[in-house]
Design a protein. Structure first.
Lengths: 252, 429
């Protein structure tokens, strides 16, 4: 068994790979000692080779993993395996947003990643959902149901939250504000895509790809482009790491 | 490994009206960071001992030398830019010290007064004076600022309340009228320095000073050429340190030490001694200066197993790529030569600045790098915008390229590490 572990900022994902396919996967919210938690999650597989990715990759490498790759390479590899036609990957996780350009072999040719700012990430959506008293799972569907187009001007998480609060206090219904929040994230994704350039098939991975409103808004903003969300988009990084584990372990 | 410590001179610091308690904490922290960043490197050239000692004595023996120069009536002038003509300071018997602005530690001192959303280098430098936590700032007779960016030129007005600050106007274009204006500024600078030293600068003084500066720049050129060898005989971190020390060391001694190190590096190359591993990816850095002790990017890149082989920066090639004629017959000619030499500096404050695009591509080829990281400080508008043209040129030439905008705070190290490692993965494929 070859195992990929993605120690992300919010969750830990594990993918187990054997004979050219993913045979198992797990996802848990990450606790205080992510490397211990990750080690526990993979124990049952008795893996031959483990590759770690995500924020905690080096910590995992210190304790148990055989090697590391970055999230960028991991998502590129995971997507290339699931959707070989895709030449662009949008990956929005808890703390990072990335756009990755691939060649036909699935190798990274260029990428963009946010810097210290959390704007447009999963964390941003979480904070805004809390501010509007939505459980995270209801946030996207509620925004999708609203038809009112209003705008949030600030991309900064701190300022955007102030803007949301002032909208609430002007009596604007919360589903409209929710829609505006989603719009601002979609606009940011489009801007990043514009900087890198994109092909006809864009794959959307990472936890935020589970949000139906963001996905639809990105689709609506692009003409003649297919935006595809793979099954279990949160697992793509772990999957890519598992494939790399198999490659390094000698089983391609 | 013996414990590294930046040596303490509390009595001298007290005499210099420094905030000794605060400064002593910074000294200990810097010592720790230096030990971790530098002394942990394996197989360093023996010649680095001199430069390590320059850090150990950063706040001691060099300060004593500056105090001794003042005793002799020689002016000590603090600067922040490679446009200030050091040759003239040396010719007048003075000492030119490039002041630091590369630490997060002094930023809160600056933010008590200056706006937060400006260049971290300007804030850091200003904070060192405002907090009385830099012995160089306390020793110098006056600061010579310039007008290369808005943050600097307006900060000089505030800094002048704490230390005499003069300003040299640097043009922003390179037309005939700009050259004339610059020559006039150079002459005004000379007059100012002469009035402080009480000594009229002769053509002999100028020739001697020009030779000294040429020798210093040649030594740095030699070092840079040697590090371009594949595999490289010296780490990027070590070369950056030397380029940083170039701004405050005594120039004749500095050139001698750099040349001695170069002799050693030549021997290393002949013996095939490489640092770090022979397969390390070779990265060139272009962009804004990394002032002491800003080792953030070098630490990340070399920590990820790659090696930096060139700094296209003011603390880097922009400081030493150009020499000037040492043999002019008269003052007017030598000052004209000097102006022309300084006019070749390709800072992003100029428009247009096509020379820099060509220079980046040239250095990329000469250094045998496999990719370029453009590094800018936050709020540095001219470099941040010029980055677009550097990126376009790299795309055109098929050069792997990445842009990093950062400041001195450690909060983005996680993201930067991911980006640097992903860039190295991309180059490795």
């Amino acid at each position: 068994m070859y195992v990929g572990v993605d120690l992300g900022s919010r969750t830990i994902k594990v993918a187990a790979w054997q004979d050219g396919r993913m045979v198992d996967h797990k996802l848990q919210e990450s606790g205080f000692e992510p490397h211990e938690q990750a080690r526990e999650m993979i124990k049952a597989y008795s893996p031959r080779h483990v590759i770690a990715t995500g924020y905690g990759r080096h910590l995992a490498h210190e304790h148990f993993a055989d090697g590391v790759i970055t999230e960028i390479k991991a998502h590129a590899m995971g997507i290339h395996t699931m959707l070989p036609e895709a030449t662009t990957v949008v990956d929005i996780g808890g703390q990072d947003s990335k756009v990755i350009a691939l060649n036909v072999k699935g190798q990274v040719t260029n990428f963009q990643m946010n810097d210290k700012c959390a704007a447009g990430t999963g964390r941003f959506l979480e904070i805004m959902a809390t501010s509007l008293a939505y459980p995270l799972g209801d946030f996207g569907p509620a925004a999708l149901a609203s038809e009112q187009e209003i705008q949030i001007n600030s991309m900064c998480t701190v300022f955007a939250e102030s803007e949301v609060i002032s909208m609430k206090n002007r009596g604007i219904p919360r589903q409209h504000i929710a829609r505006a929040v989603h719009s601002s994230v979609a606009d940011r994704i489009i801007a990043m895509l514009g900087r890198i350039g994109f092909g006809e098939l864009i794959a959307f991975s990472g936890g935020v790809a589970n949000n139906p409103c963001i996905v639809q808004m990105v689709r609506m903003r692009l003409e003649n482009v297919q935006v595809v969300v793979p099954e279990n988009p949160s697992l793509i990084g772990a999957l890519g790491a598992a494939i790399e584990a198999a490659r390094r372990g000698g089983q391609v | 490994m013996t414990h590294f410590e930046i040596k303490a001179y509390p009595e001298m610091w007290k005499d210099l009206d420094m905030d000794v308690e605060r400064f002593d904490k910074m000294r200990l922290m810097l010592g720790e960071i230096f030990e971790k960043t530098y002394l942990s490197q394996k197989n360093r050239p023996a010649g680095m001992a001199y430069f390590d000692n320059m850090i150990a004595e950063l706040h001691g023996s060099r300060i004593k030398e500056l105090l001794a120069a003042k005793e002799e009536g020689r002016p000590v002038i603090g600067t922040f830019c490679v446009y200030i003509p050091e040759e003239i300071v040396l010719a007048a018997g003075g000492v030119c010290v490039g002041l630091c602005g590369g630490s997060q530690g002094s930023v809160p001192d600056a933010e008590k007064i200056l706006p937060r959303n400006i260049c971290p280098m300007v804030k850091s430098a200003f904070g060192f004076k405002a907090g009385r936590i830099c012995p160089y700032f306390q020793v110098l007779d006056f600061v010579y600022g310039e007008t290369t960016c808005d943050a600097k030129k307006k900060t000089w007005e505030i800094l002048d309340e704490m230390v005499p600050t003069h300003v040299m106007e640097i043009p922003q274009m390179k037309n005939q009228t700009d050259q004339e204006m610059w020559l006039a500024e150079v002459k005004a600078f000379k007059t100012k320095v002469e009035s402080f030293s009480g000594k009229e600068v002769t053509i002999e003084d100028m020739r001697r000073a020009t030779r000294t500066m040429n020798n210093k720049r040649k030594a740095l050129q030699r070092l840079n050429t040697l590090r371009h060898t594949n595999p490289t005989p010296i780490s990027g971190k070590d070369v950056l340190l030397i380029e940083q020390i170039a701004f405050y060391d005594e120039p004749i001694r500095f050139a001698r030490e750099v040349n001695e190190l170069c002799d050693e590096l030549e021997k290393r190359i002949a013996d095939n001694v490489a640092i770090p591993s022979k397969n390390a990816a070779r990265i060139m850095v272009a962009g804004v200066p990394m002032a002491l002790p800003n080792w953030k990017l070098h630490n990340l890149v070399e920590g990820a197993g790659a090696v930096i082989v060139n700094e296209e920066s003011c603390i880097g090639t922009r400081y030493y790529k150009d020499l000037m004629d040492e043999n002019a017959e008269d003052m007017e000619t030598i000052l004209q030569n000097l102006t022309s030499r300084y006019m070749q500096i390709d800072c992003s404050c100029f428009t247009p600045n096509n020379e820099r695009i060509d220079q980046v591509l040239r250095e990329y080829k000469e250094s045998g790098a496999q990719g370029i990281i453009h590094y800018s400080l936050q709020f540095c508008h001219t470099y941040n915008i010029e980055e677009i043209r550097i990126r376009q040129a790299c795309e055109r030439e098929g050069i792997p390229y990445m842009f990093i905008e950062s400041d001195y705070s450690p909060e983005d190290v996680g993201q930067l590490q991911t980006r640097v490692e992903a860039f190295l993965e991309q180059i490795g494929e």
